[in-house]
Design a protein around this ligand. Structure first.
Ligand SMILES: *Cc1c(COP(=O)(O)O)cnc(C)c1O
Length: 417
């Protein structure tokens, strides 16, 4: 195959600026609100809440800090205020998505909690409601669930929410990747008792950094806003009754986000076109694209594919290394990623599941077949997330990729089989 290397790298997902961002940054500069206070922050909170159909948004330094404060608040409301050197979740189990970016659940550990991982379902790549039910059978005392919408393609967050309600558990929705996506016509970010957005540089819209905590409860919003600004009490001096954090969003960053929000729909429609082109271009290959679940509308943030099992060449992955054997008509994620790299395009393996991560390997992992006796073979204890990881690739999904570039990427993928 004769394909020329891309002159400019084709990225997985890079920021796309439009000009308005600069106007709001400049406004912060010109008015000297170069601070964690200012009009841009107020506007981001207003717009974020309105778009996500939630009453309150708290603008924070990143999605991870939003998750941290959500977990801390949920923990305190359930288990009481901890002694000063302890976390709000000390020794408590929290059910978490297994297939996700690690930031979804690291904050559980910041607060001393124990993540218990819930498998995904094959049909949605998102938390399996059946496995979650199983988890509540085993640990009925668990009161917090952290669930993500993977790559902007939501699963059954509506069911996850119902299951949480039924068991009196708090739902923390990690909508970091799913801004603008919907489930049953409802915005992602509107399902959690606490929901989280991220404006990290690779997300569908970005502030270079930044995040929001969303809630319908004004007390939660006010408390988290207070914690995020060092937990100062209302007094003439710095007065402290609680532990605080420096987690507030900068007014400069907020300017970028404020400018970006106007282009959220535009970005979604570009991402959708990219996904549909892949779907069409790869339709005769033995692969599956991210599943689109009935009743949901994704934001199409990252287009991903899995290689059908029978078309996987031999691949052995160690902790940080991988080996594969080239076979005619077959391929594996590594071969595709190496080929993309060779032509100057960026792909990535699917998120490595949390129960396979060295740091979390000893934690419990609950599949729909899990039983307490632990007497299932690996085959019976069908581990969907490991299986998707084994065969999955995130494809270059950059807004600014041209149709020609994408056609070449499709040819590159075809050439791997
Ligand atoms: C990006 C991301 C986060 C973290 O957001 P930051 O703003 O980078 O802290 C959390 N969860 C998921 C699923 C993400 O993709």
């Amino acid at each position: 195959m004769k394909i020329n290397t891309f002159q400019n790298k084709v990225w997985l997902a890079s920021p796309t600026m439009h000009g308005d961002e600069m106007k709001y940054i400049k406004q912060a500069y010109d008015t000297n609100w170069m601070s964690t206070v200012g009009e841009n922050i107020n506007e981001v909170e207003r717009i974020a809440a309105q778009k996500a159909e939630m009453k309150y948004a708290v603008a924070l330094s990143c999605g991870t800090s939003a998750l941290h404060l959500a977990l801390k608040h949920a923990g305190e409301s359930l288990y009481g205020k901890p002694a000063i050197v302890r976390g709000a979740l000390d020794g408590k189990r929290v059910f978490c998505s297994d297939m996700t970016f690690v930031a979804t659940l690291n904050p559980v550990v910041y607060e001393g909690g124990i993540p218990v991982f819930i498998d995904i379902e094959e049909e949605t790549w998102n938390m399996d409601p059946e496995a979650l039910e199983k988890a509540f059978e085993i640990y009925p005392e668990v009161k917090i669930v952290v669930s993500v919408e993977l790559y902007g393609f939501p699963g059954r967050m509506d069911l996850i929410r119902e299951i949480c309600k039924k068991h009196g558990a708090i739902l923390i929705e990690d909508a970091a990747e799913a801004m603008g996506a919907t489930v049953c016509g409802k915005q992602c970010g509107s399902f959690g008792d606490y929901s989280v957005l991220s404006y990290n540089g690779n997300k569908i819209i970005t502030g270079s950094a930044g995040g929001c905590l969303l809630t319908n409860n004004p007390e939660i919003a006010n408390k988290i806003r207070k914690w995020s600004t060092q937990a100062r009490e209302n007094a003439p001096w710095y007065q402290h009754e609680e532990i605080g954090y420096n987690y507030r969003m900068s007014n400069v960053v907020a300017g970028v986000i404020r400018g970006q929000y106007a282009y959220l729909e535009d970005h979604i429609s570009k991402k959708k076109t990219i996904y549909e082109r892949y779907k069409e271009g790869l339709k005769y290959l033995p692969i599956q694209m991210n599943p689109i679940v009935d009743g949901t509308e994704p934001n199409y943030w990252l287009s991903c594919m899995t290689i059908d099992k029978d078309y996987m060449c031999k691949q052995v992955r160690g902790n940080t290394t991988v080996f594969y054997e080239k076979e005619q008509g077959k391929t594996c994620p590594t071969e595709i990623l190496e080929m993309l790299e060779k032509y100057n395009a960026e792909g990535r393996p699917i998120w490595k599941p949390m129960h396979m991560q060295p740091i979390y390997r000893s934690h419990e992992f609950i599949t729909r077949e899990y039983n307490m006796r632990g007497n299932l073979t690996a085959q019976q204890n069908k581990d969907v997330s490991a299986n998707i990881f084994e065969r999955g690739v995130c494809l270059p999904s950059d807004n600014k990729m041209s149709e020609d570039e994408q056609n070449i990427i499709i040819e590159i993928i075809k050439s791997c089989f």
